[in-house]
Design a protein around this ligand. Structure first.
Ligand code: TRP
Length: 334
């Protein structure tokens, strides 16, 4: 609890270019949570170097992501928006938690298996202990809730296991985090393969609508979206491509899937795709405009970075000191 509010933690990696799926599924909903929770939203750059990065590019993307958090509507006075690498407590707590995590547990992580298959030439120890760093992120702020996608659920489970293990030995040190289940955001699928999640790291650029895509590109990608030969706008698992387009349209307009079915009753896929494209353009446009303005205001972004790193650091230190004492590290002499 901070000032009587429950704590919420989440983070995103600045790798790849954010998609409309990240926006509709996560960012947009984060905005509505800041009244109820004390929110920490990190740009998790420590996680990013588990795969090789170009340094200049990583720095540029991290700043763009942080700026985008604000452009999407997160007020940096109410939400702590910061770089993970600016708060050394993440790495320090991760080390300690590494000593409370078993190889066998980490071996079971499906993301590790997937990523080691994908980056077979660089299966480094950081990739293996990635979930421990994520546990440190969450536990450092004594987070009560963590909004995560289904793909990160296993990491949240291990976070809870580590916290419970630690608490069983040392007493109530960590808050046990819960997944945030509430008004969950839409799960947006690939436009080229509706069985796959829309991903910022998809090799096919037509599969994803990027947050910074211009209107023409957005319209073109929707026109090319994979559908079916039913020729009928219906919300059903048998028509995964159309279902996904309905989800996108619903998330952009606030209309329920049934209303969308009615609206396009008797209309062709061409009309429907145009409407989805236009809805997406009108949702992304204000975010893009705000982003462009913010990007120009270097001093403002710098002040957000500085102030929020200090704020995060303050809470991180509180937990870290407690943990260090519990495991037997000596007090610093001041
Ligand atoms: N691993 C998460 C992802 O790739 C990002 C992340 C890092 C995160 N630390 C976190 C998410 C803590 C929630 C809480 O999506």
């Amino acid at each position: 609890m901070i000032d009587g509010k429950k704590v919420l933690f989440s983070g995103m990696q600045a790798t790849g270019t954010l998609t409309i799926g990240n926006y509709l599924g996560a960012l947009k909903n984060w905005v509505s949570l800041s009244e109820e929770y004390e929110c920490f939203y990190s740009v998790v750059d420590l996680h990013s170097i588990t795969v090789r990065q170009d340094p200049a590019e990583l720095r540029r993307r991290a700043r763009a992501l942080l700026t985008l958090y604000i452009a999407a509507g997160l007020d940096p006075k109410k939400n702590c928006i910061y770089y993970q690498s600016h708060v050394s407590g993440h790495a320090e707590l991760a080390w300690i938690l590494n000593c409370f995590t078993y190889m066998g547990e980490l071996n079971r992580m499906t993301q590790f298996k997937d990523k080691s298959a994908k980056h077979a030439d660089n299966i480094n120890a950081g990739l293996f202990t990635y979930p421990v760093l994520m546990a440190a992120d969450i536990l450092l702020y004594q987070a009560d809730v963590v909004p995560v996608g289904i793909d990160q659920m296993q990491h949240l489970e291990i976070t809870r296991d580590i916290a419970q293990r630690f608490n069983a030995i040392y007493g109530d040190v960590f808050t046990i985090p819960e997944p945030y289940i509430g008004k969950v955001g839409a799960k947006i699928m690939s436009l080229q393969d509706p069985a796959k999640k829309m991903s910022k790291s998809d090799e096919n650029p037509n599969a994803s609508i990027y947050l910074m895509d211009d209107p023409d590109t957005i319209m073109r990608k929707f026109k090319r979206a994979v559908t079916d030969s039913e020729a009928c706008v219906r919300y059903t698992d048998e028509q995964p491509g159309i279902k996904n387009l309905i989800d996108i349209y619903s998330a952009c307009t606030g209309k329920k899937p049934e209303e969308v079915e009615r609206e396009f009753d008797g209309k062709g896929y061409g009309d429907f795709k145009t409407a989805v494209g236009e809805a997406a353009v009108s949702v992304l446009k204000p975010v893009q405009e705000r982003f462009a303005e913010l990007e120009k205001d270097k001093a403002y972004i710098d002040s957000v970075i500085k102030e929020n790193a200090e704020k995060a650091g303050y809470f991180a230190q509180k937990t870290l000191r407690k943990v260090q004492k519990k495991v037997g590290f000596p007090e610093k002499i001041r």
